[in-house]
Design a protein around this ligand. Structure first.
Ligand code: SP5
Ligand code: ZN
Length: 318
């Protein structure tokens, strides 16, 4: 099967050093090396890599408020040091640096180009987005996310057909959930760590089902600490059942690799090989699919995890 990769080197312009965690300054885990580690191995393995040439801020306005976008642009161009903004932010993990706007805009474009490729007939595209996006909402950054890359791609695809977003990052995709919470044209399914003990703490519970005409179009599967591959794959199957019933024309995967057993900020027990099984189950949906990179912080194994994940799309689930 031919898999197209979308990548932009602009992500390297965003390279914060610190985050504030439990009242302490610690090293930032969302580092440029994450994506470089993945793209390097994909190049070696001969995957076709597509680089977007232009970045249009107007594509952000589909999802994000103009004032929010301008704030990030202005704050980035005005700062020399990194800082944690007091408005438009819900945590102390998501700093603004001089290169943040350029990198976040390029990241959104990488997702948008991925969506365009599906529209032009590709069946599987992997967008190497960085910074990640699924915690960002209309006018709110957080969880290392500034613009919601998956939501921007979904909003572009939904003009042509129904879209489902499957979020397999370790953390609940609170931003994506909020963006589509009152809509019935984009189904959101998220499998993640129980928010009673994991970030973002306040959302991701099983009883959050959507609102208004969006009621019944949002499904959360919170899982316990140390979740095993068996339990994970079982819940994934239940999530996929919701997607089958919805019958979308396109699938977007918010592909976080922080469910990996050695992830420094995760807490699940997925092995490198589990990611192949995850992808194999997902590919049984037989849908044009865009995978958008979210989290995943065990830098030394991200190459192996991404290869395992991509290999699963070639094999049958059972
Ligand atoms: C996209 C994504 O995966 N965002 C995750 C944001 C979660 N941040 C909260 C956990 C912060 C823990 N930081 C510990 C750093 C140790 N050096
Ligand atoms: Zn995550």
């Amino acid at each position: 099967m031919s898999i197209k990769i979308v990548y932009s080197p602009f992500h390297k312009k965003h390279s914060p050093k610190y985050e504030l965690f439990d009242g302490k300054v610690v090293n930032h885990v969302e580092v440029p090396r994450r994506i470089e580690k993945i793209v390097e191995v994909l190049k070696v393995r001969g995957f076709k890599i597509i680089q977007p040439k232009s970045f249009l801020a107007r594509e952000l306005y589909d999802i994000h408020r103009k004032k929010y976008v301008s704030f990030i642009r202005r704050a980035s161009s005005n700062t020399i040091r990194e800082f944690f903004p007091k408005k438009y932010s819900f945590d102390s993990y998501t700093p603004i640096t001089a290169g943040t706007f350029d990198a976040a805009l390029a990241s959104a474009s990488v997702a948008k180009i991925g969506a365009d490729l599906l529209l032009s007939g590709e069946s599987l595209v992997y967008s190497l987005c960085r910074p990640p996006g699924h915690h960002a909402s209309f006018r709110m950054m957080g969880g290392y996310c500034y613009f919601n890359n998956a939501a921007i791609a979904a909003n572009s695809l939904v003009k042509t057909g129904k879209v489902s977003i499957l979020d397999i990052d370790f953390h609940h995709g609170n931003g994506t959930q909020e963006i589509f919470y009152e809509r019935d044209d984009v189904l959101f399914v998220s499998i993640h760590a129980d928010p009673r003990w994991a970030f973002p703490y306040s959302t991701g519970f099983g009883n959050e089902r959507g609102l208004g005409k969006g009621r019944g179009y949002n499904f959360n599967f919170p899982l316990p600490l140390k979740t095993t591959p068996d339990l994970y794959l079982k819940r994934l199957n239940q999530g996929l059942e919701k997607i089958r019933r919805f019958g979308p024309n396109f699938l977007i995967i918010s592909a976080g690799f922080d469910t990996y057993l050695k992830d420094p900020i995760g807490g699940f027990g997925l092995s490198i090989n589990t990611f192949k099984n995850v992808a194999a189950q997902i590919s049984s949906l037989n849908l044009p699919t865009l995978a958008v990179q979210e989290g995943g912080y065990c830098v030394k194994d991200l190459d192996k995890i991404s290869l395992s994940f991509l290999s699963g799309f070639d094999s049958s689930p059972l």
